[in-house]
Design a binder for this molecule. Structure first.
Ligand SMILES: [Ca+2]
Ligand SMILES: [Ca+2]
Length: 343
């Protein structure tokens, strides 16, 4: 009954004396039929001093190993956040009601191949599409700070939403050993991709680097690598988890297929990457306001967060930043979720 009252008052407005004193931790949002969780007000350390220690240059328009530094203290008001990414079902409802575009393909790929059910995350969504959905639903996109704070789930100084444990296939949908056929579907040259990746890493032993390059350059190429993944298992390096960890999903997973974090949020690491409200600036962390930062006033790219199903283990890091163009980047990796202010 309290929950119903909260929703009723939230949407239609109530006289002050009619408002309940306690705000429920979980609410139902009728407009788009989603569950949202209360993310409590608080202070946290945003960023990470250990991620990408070697990063020195920004690669325009790409993830570029942007170092999420300096770590700085951020204070946020409470807000509600969707417990999972916006689904195909919800996005269809929005498109049907408003006439907004609903894309079923993009970048040479098909929705039916990568997000085949109504319970998969909506993809091929530009930042402006996401903003339009949020406006229709009576919500907004999360700021970058809100997104990271929520993703941490109340943990302090941890690498992933569940803590420091490396990805083992039970926590999140990332680029695990099932992803290679999808990479081929997307048109990636796997030998080239892996060769470049392993050559630019400075944190793996020469023996592993040489072994991987030798297998990649053998007549069987990537198949030779995948037949010998046990050789890399012992190193424990995140870069090699793509070769032997099984998370059960080669493509996007239906939302909430893995356990939630401490705030009851699903897929804050992995599955679809997610738009945030903020413009991207590499140097923003050094100058952002402490309380409720909203990102730079303008920019070229919008921040997206949360790694994704085509990214390897280290890229699921809770502090990792990425960015894309808001008008033109409606891709097979990016979805979004919404937030709402606490009245
Ligand atoms: Ca996967
Ligand atoms: Ca996600």
């Amino acid at each position: 009954m309290i929950l119903i009252t909260v929703i009723f008052c939230f949407l239609l407005g109530c006289d002050k004396e009619d408002q309940p004193i306690d705000i429920d931790r979980e609410i139902y949002w009728p407009k788009d039929g989603t569950i949202m969780r209360l993310i409590p007000a608080g202070t946290f350390k945003m960023g990470d001093n250990d991620l990408y220690p070697e990063a020195k240059v920004e690669l325009e328009g790409q993830s570029g190993d942007n170092p999420p530094r300096p770590v700085h203290t951020v204070e946020l008001d409470a807000f509600y956040m969707d417990i999972h990414e916006v689904t195909v079902e919800k996005y269809k409802r929005f498109a049907n009601e408003t006439g907004h575009i609903f894309r079923i393909s993009g970048q040479g790929t098909e929705l039916s191949e990568l997000a085949p059910t109504d319970q998969h995350p909506a993809i091929y969504v530009s930042w402006y599409d996401a903003k339009a959905y949020a406006k229709w639903a009576g919500k907004r996109l999360p700021t970058e700070a809100e997104w990271e704070y929520a993703a941490r789930g109340g943990l302090v100084g941890k690498r992933y939403p569940w803590g420091h444990d490396p990805l083992d296939g039970t926590q999140a949908n990332f680029a695990d050993k099932n992803v290679h056929p999808v990479y081929e579907y997307l048109g990636y040259n796997l030998v080239s991709l892996y060769s470049q990746a392993v050559l630019r890493r400075t944190d793996i032993a020469d023996a592993e680097r040489e072994l991987l390059l030798k297998l990649l350059n053998s007549p069987d190429g990537i198949d030779a690598v995948l037949r010998n993944t046990d050789l890399f298992r012992a190193t424990g390096k995140d870069i090699f988890r793509i070769l032997y960890v099984d998370d059960g999903h080669s493509i996007l997973a239906p939302v909430a297929s893995y356990p939630s974090n401490g705030y009851g949020l699903y897929d804050m690491a992995g599955n679809a990457a997610e738009w945030t409200a903020d413009w991207y600036s590499r140097g923003y962390y050094a100058r952002s306001p402490k309380k409720n930062p909203k990102g730079p006033k303008n920019g070229t790219y919008k921040v997206m967060r949360g790694g994704g199903y085509l990214r390897n283990a280290i890229e699921q890091h809770v502090a990792r930043r990425d960015m894309r163009r808001p008008e033109t980047d409606f891709s097979y990796v990016i979805s979004f979720r919404c937030v709402a202010d606490v009245p």
